[in-house]
Design a protein around this ligand. Structure first.
Ligand code: ADP
Length: 414
């Protein structure tokens, strides 16, 4: 089955086509036929495209909105220009899997999209006003383009965290606010945490129930998850993806009184403050330089800049603090798993985060750590009781696999 995987941002569209079916899933022989991204939708959009392992193509084209972007992408894929030999017409696309940001309390797993599910995604709009409307547009656009009978599946970023208990998801504010407005912790990056937990137990030959780990997704957005018996029992992002770890441009944990203080002192509205906390904070805010960890690490090496060092230190300290907290909440864990652009590619940040966890019997093996970049592997010494791993995430693969499983009515693997 050729599954078109769609990840729609507010002005971007990431897509892949993955050939997969139950047999390929079993044998880990899913095949990525193409992948790409459209950025700056709404004007002269930038398209990046790659067929299989062939050279990347980059070009621009005017695109009005998400519907026209998806239309452009599908037409390009089926054309000869794309060099995707397996897809010659829209009939060669058999299903669509959507990354949906917010499933609220309604969705605990991926769902075949029908009118009821569409209504559910719509009901969650007030929880993710920037994201869910685009998902809905994407679902309708795919239906118009590929026919009303094309099966479409929604894979929710929040679903994996559905298992966290009230004591972990309730904020200590008047309970009626939870009842009235569903204000609680939902957590995000669920597909990524679930995927690396699955890879971890595959590498270790464990069952789902035996999987007791802390996963750290460190990319532009960052989050931690405590996974006990294969289920998420706590996670660092909250009602929105602003909470928890320090991120590229987001602040993470913050004293809530600071919002009003900044608003008063700086003459800003509360929504302007929220924008500042989302886009001008985190690594960028502290360093005053960039949200790109690669640049920060290079800058630190070359110039020993104080604010760059501080940004990296605050980032790593916060991550370490969450590991400690989750060890306490979970009653111990067997491993810490790093993923995301930073977690997969930066031995230095992994070492900095783990430095100080020797008390928990976690010892980084420098040679293994340095050697594990962009691939799966253990990065701790053999005698560490708490192990650490780096495992590249692949949310699109999990979305494609879920799409197939949901359409065929197969159970989730245990
Ligand atoms: P997103 O959350 O947008 O999917 P990614 O997971 O791609 O983002 O992560 C982007 C982050 O990963 C950036 O801060 C980038 O600097 C960082 N990164 C990528 N490669 C490296 C590397 N080799 N060393 C340090 N940081 C890296």
């Amino acid at each position: 089955m050729n599954v078109l995987v769609l990840n729609l941002g507010s002005s971007s569209l990431k897509f892949q086509i993955i050939a997969t079916d139950p047999d390929r899933i079993q044998k880990h022989q899913d095949q990525r036929l193409c992948r790409g991204e459209v950025e700056r939708i709404g004007g002269e959009a930038i398209v990046t495209f790659q067929a299989g392992d062939k050279a990347k193509q980059k070009f621009t084209a005017p695109m009005r909105d998400i519907t026209s972007a998806l239309d452009y992408v599908v037409r390009y894929i089926v054309s000869d220009k794309s060099a995707v030999d397996e897809i010659k017409s829209t009939a060669d696309i058999h299903a669509v899997g959507h990354r949906v940001v917010h499933g609220g309390e309604l969705f605990s797993e991926s769902a075949l999209i029908d009118n009821k599910v569409l209504q559910g995604i719509e009901d969650c709009i007030d929880l993710a006003p920037l994201h869910n409307p685009n998902n809905i547009k994407g679902i309708f656009a795919a239906r118009d383009l590929l026919g009303k009978d094309i099966p479409q599946v929604a894979v929710f970023d929040t679903a994996f965290h559905h298992s966290i208990s009230e004591q972990a998801y309730l904020f200590a504010i008047p309970y009626h606010l939870y009842r009235r407005h569903r204000i609680r912790r939902y957590g995000f990056h669920g597909t990524s945490h679930r995927y690396v937990a699955f890879r971890y137990r595959f590498l270790r030959g464990l069952t789902r129930q035996q999987t007791n780990i802390i996963t750290l997704h460190l990319g532009n957005g960052c989050s931690a998850a405590a996974i006990r018996g294969g289920n998420s029992v706590d996670t660092s992002m909250g009602m929105t993806p602003l909470d928890g770890l320090v991120m590229g441009t987001r602040c993470g944990d913050l004293d809530p009184a600071i919002v009003n203080l900044i608003a008063t002192k700086e003459g800003m509205s509360s929504s302007e403050v929220e924008t500042l906390l989302n886009t001008q904070s985190g690594l960028l805010g502290i360093s005053g330089l960039t949200n790109d960890m690669r640049v920060l690490l290079a800058e630190l090496k070359e110039h020993e800049d104080r604010r760059v060092r501080l940004a990296i230190e605050v980032f790593c300290y916060r991550a370490r603090k969450y590991i400690g907290a989750y060890l306490a909440c979970m009653g111990g864990a067997e491993a810490v798993v790093f993923t995301g652009g930073i977690g997969e590619n930066s031995p230095e940040i992994r070492a900095r985060i783990c430095d100080g966890l020797q008390w928990a019997n976690l010892r980084i093996d420098s040679a293994k750590n340095e050697a594990t970049v962009g691939r799966e592997g253990v990065i701790t010494t053999d005698d560490s009781r708490l192990q650490a791993y780096a495992i590249p995430t692949d949310e699109e693969l999990l979305i494609a696999r879920d799409t197939v499983r949901v359409i065929l009515g197969l159970p989730h693997p245990s």
